[in-house]
Design a protein around this ligand. Structure first.
Ligand code: TYD
Length: 216
């Protein structure tokens, strides 16, 4: 067996410098695809290769992010408020962390970003295209969007989702729609779909390969 990850290539450093700013990588996908673990592992690997890495996530721990997280326990917000809170949270994230880190030439890795708003609030009834437009008025488009993909049954199995039949059905339908919206982005130049079947190591190797290939 060969090495489990691609070697550090000189092209990597020059590609990121050539853009005149850092490198912006976003990891998305429905719950249960292993997105957060892979974001973490990619961050560790890039740091081990000598890059200055900023790993962050949405919703953030800021005031707006906190409100949406709390709503998961205390009752869901109205669709309009929920959408607005995610936008407020992101605006603050862009201003305080994302934009300054990229300007300083760092590698920024995000676990969820506005593609999650397209998917989840899209599944709640808003037009994903319109959500995208609103976000791109203030949120920078990533250099690379990795969509962690898995069929919904396998994703539900991984998160051990149970509950009564009606709830599970509802959740399944919702995740199906979210997955569909994520996959509708697959042909865009900055998007790569990652098959998340297999072990964490196998998926991590796929992620690294895609990142290195993007930079060569
Ligand atoms: P998640 O990453 O799953 O956080 P945690 O692991 O702490 O639960 O995100 C929480 C939920 O928020 C997730 O179900 C997706 C949802 N979400 C949206 O609905 N819209 C958004 O814009 C974002 C960023 C997340």
């Amino acid at each position: 067996m060969g090495p489990s990850f691609p070697p550090n290539t000189p092209q990597f450093a020059s590609a990121s410098i050539a853009t005149g700013r850092g490198l912006f990588i976003v990891i998305e996908g429905i719950d249960g695809t292993g997105k957060s673990t892979q974001a973490q592992r990619l961050g560790e690997w890039l740091a081990s290769q000598g890059h200055e890495v900023v790993l962050s996530r949405e919703p953030t721990a800021g005031p707006w992010g906190k409100k949406v997280r709390e709503s998961a326990a205390t009752g869901r917000l109205s669709p309009e408020n929920e959408l607005q809170y995610f936008l407020n949270d992101r605006r603050q994230h862009v201003e305080e962390l994302i934009a300054p880190s990229l300007a300083a030439g760092k590698v920024v890795i995000l676990d969820r970003y506005y593609f999650s708003t397209m998917a989840y609030q899209g599944a709640r009834g808003f037009d994903p295209t319109e959500i995208r437009r609103k976000n791109e008025e203030f949120a920078p488009v990533p250099d690379l969007l990795l969509i962690m993909d898995l069929d919904v049954d396998a994703a539900l199995e991984r998160i051990g989702a149970r509950g009564d039949t009606a709830n599970e059905f509802e959740k399944r339908e919702n995740l199906e729609r979210c997955r569909e919206i994520f996959l509708s982005l697959k042909d865009e130049s900055f998007v790569r779909v990652i098959d998340t079947r297999g072990t964490l190591d196998e998926v991590a190797a796929r992620v690294r390969e895609v990142v290195v290939r993007h930079l060569v």
